[in-house]
Design a binder for this molecule. Structure first.
Ligand SMILES: Nc1ncnc2c1ncn2[C@@H]1O[C@H](COP(=O)(O)OP(=O)(O)OP(=O)(O)O)[C@@H](O)[C@H]1O
Ligand SMILES: [Mg+2]
Length: 339
């Protein structure tokens, strides 16, 4: 919206009912008719939505919300071209759900969408946690928070586990200072910054109850449900095919059994655990090929994960005690994704 929110004066009208504004947005005459499909195509909204659909299994309600937000933005943009005044939509959001349910991935797609449609200047997500925002001594917090805001400006600021900013037991916690600075920025820089808070639903609820100012600035609450067994399998197969691997028939059955067990464990992290399990299966697959009696391999051998590659997981070692750890769990704090 930055390129277009201004009250730029229209130049002389031309014959097709459109005229060029100083900032490049085409103004529409009152009696013009616009094709919404063509508008969507112009911003390649369907491209982003298709990618979201292709990349992520399930999440139907989440995808529907993203679609709604896209529609809102197209309509808002069109209204402005007809000189219909309205306040720009509030797009600060809250993504709730367990670990590994796709929150970060959807935030990246959301940024892409907002950028494509011109709502934000940069296709960029600055992802942070409490430690990136809150300082350790007096006078440390404000500059830290402002620095993060500066980096995020023009794009999306994604705050993971946002509730850690507020400590009920300690009113003088520096997190409160961060919250206040964020609140100001969310109001003042509304047109140049989209804030997405993420975390577990119940803790986020408690956080909003203690911070009504924050709650009132969030317009969109999107819930990411845990994946069921079928979805987890579908996610695993999608991840494999993206990397040029596939399960043998038996391996798929063993993977279903693996998921069944893995899901019971306390540190289970939905799709993230699936990704990590497959990374380890890939290691075992390579190791199996290397230590096989025959050194001859085919393309299929290089692609196919066999039952043993899964069965050797520690998840199968004990009935239900030992926990598998997602050893190479990705840390995403403070990672920046540029488009
Ligand atoms: N529905 C899905 N289909 C396919 N892959 C998925 C799906 N959901 C998540 N993933 C994959 O799982 C991994 C974790 O997802 P992501 O980081 O988006 O989850 P998250 O909710 O942000 O997790 P956390 O709370 O741990 O940060 C990513 O590699 C992502 O691509
Ligand atoms: Mg995440």
């Amino acid at each position: 919206m930055n390129q277009s929110r201004g009250a730029a004066k229209a130049k002389d009208g031309d014959d097709d009912g459109q005229s060029e504004e100083a900032d490049g947005e085409r103004r529409l005459d009152d009696d013009a008719t616009v094709d919404l499909k063509a508008e969507r195509a112009e911003y390649d909204i369907d491209g982003v939505l298709e990618r979201l659909d292709r990349e992520l299994v399930g999440l139907v309600p989440v995808k529907a919300r993203v679609q709604e937000i896209a529609s809102l933005l197209v309509v808002d943009r069109l209204r402005r071209r007809f000189q219909l005044e309205s306040t720009p939509p509030n797009l600060h959001m809250c993504f709730t759900g367990s670990p590994g349910t796709g929150k970060t991935t959807v935030a990246l797609r959301m940024a892409e969408l907002l950028h494509q449609i011109g709502y934000i200047r940069r296709n960029k997500v600055v992802s942070v946690t409490r430690d990136d925002l809150v300082g350790e001594y007096i006078g440390h917090t404000a500059p830290k928070t402002r620095e993060v805001l500066k980096r995020a400006m023009g794009g999306v600021l994604f705050i993971d586990e946002a509730y850690y900013l507020y400590r009920v037991e300690n009113e003088r916690d520096y997190g409160q200072e961060t919250i206040e600075i964020l609140l100001q920025a969310m109001e003042r820089d509304r047109e140049d910054l989209v804030v997405i808070l993420a975390g577990y639903a119940d803790r986020m609820d408690t956080f909003f109850k203690s911070n009504p100012g924050m709650s009132s600035r969030i317009a969109h609450h999107i819930d990411f449900p845990d994946y069921d067994a079928d979805e987890l399998l579908a996610i695993g197969k999608l991840m494999l095919s993206e990397q040029g691997y596939l399960f043998s028939e038996e391996a798929e059955e063993v993977f279903v059994a693996y998921l069944e067990r893995r899901r019971q464990q306390a540190n289970f992290a939905n799709a993230r655990s699936v990704r990590n399990a497959l990374e380890r299966a890939r290691l075992r697959h390579a190791d199996r090929l290397m230590s096989a009696a025959s050194s001859q391999v085919t393309k299929t051998d290089l692609m196919r994960i066999e039952a043993d590659d899964i069965r050797k997981s520690r998840v199968f070692d004990f009935a239900d005690s030992d926990n598998e750890t997602d050893s190479e769990s990705e840390t995403e704090s403070d990672s920046e994704t540029k488009g």
